[in-house]
Design a protein around this ligand. Sequence first.
Ligand SMILES: *Cc1c(COP(=O)(O)O)cnc(C)c1O
Length: 396
Amino acid sequence: MISVLMPTYNRADLAFTQGQGAWLITEDGRRFLDFGAGIATSSIGHNHPHLAKTIAEQAKLVLHTSNLYRIPQAERLAERLVEISFADSVFFCNSGAEANEGLIKGIRRAQFKNGHPERTDIICFENAFHGRTLATLTATGNPKYLEGFEPRLPGIKHIPVGDLEALHNAVDEHTAGFLIEPIQGESGINVIPTDFLRELRKICDDKNLYLGFDEIQCGMGRTGKMFAYQWTDIEPDIMSLAKGIAGGVPMGAFLAKESIAKHLTAGTHGSTFGGNPLACAAGNAVLDILLAPGFLDHIAKTGNYLKNALQKLIEQYPSIYEEVKGKGLMLGIKGKLAPVEVQNAALHQNLLTVAAGNNVVRIVPPLIVSEEECQEGANRLAKAAQQLQNSMEQSP
Ligand SMILES: *Cc1c(COP(=O)(O)O)cnc(C)c1O
């Protein structure tokens, strides 16, 4: 008989009933080091005192009022996000896919209002991940995820990252803009070369197109800068956020320059839950932590420490691990085996990781992780590799 939860996920037979910092604990008291952070989402760790207190206090005041009224927590969070980014204005929603839907709508609407209703097409990139709704699934473009869900949303095409010829051929009179993850997460932690982002920016500037960055996974401090694009000299016109933005409370957002945001006038877009007092209180609490003096530097420094520790594993276990990828605490180990095998071997060592595409296992701990915990994680990955090596030697 079918399970009461739809069978859309391959769940491990584990249930965590408590968390503490970078650790998750099962009901029977087994402790797991969490280097997955609920897919890069539990950004400031589990049971963070400031976040837990803020949520509890907000729950006693008011959870939800709707966007029929002003929401001071949302105003404050938007003000802060604008202050620290390229953007002039913010729309809050509830997930990454919803944020990207809004981003696509924003680009189309702005082109329409600019007198270019024919400019509807969004150019996306191979190995992208933008979500699972019908539009964002089309933007993701992975045929495996699209099977049985066609027809695709019209007006989205894909080209390979780094292919300048394909890029220039793809832009035509219907192009509205681009959507790209500055660091691709789901497909295996691929850092997009800055030169390529610069080329996209240049085309947008020359032709009045819009550059959209999906920073749902790589944003909100994950790489050691508040936003991944801040490692480069390139700014987008519009950007989506979600995952870590509220530390595990469901929240998404898209941020835009005035040139786009001014066209999203009353009635053009909306979301019942979007930006409610609870989610925004959580978002503000996360920002309090991320903006505390030295915290982003801590992420960059801890990320380097972890990257070096993982690098040593490559030298130690070349038959299992091949390459370390990524920035800050958005890391991946490319291996020679299917990533779920590595993920399962790590799980056996009470270490949580997240399999990604292209033989990469994601290492995305909470941003509050310590160097000692990073070393502990690397030790567990060494044991996992040893176990995988032993079982490879035993099987003929
Ligand atoms: C996770 C993710 C999404 C989708 O977010 P959901 O909250 O699952 O809808 C979109 N883009 C990127 C880069 C992501 O990592």
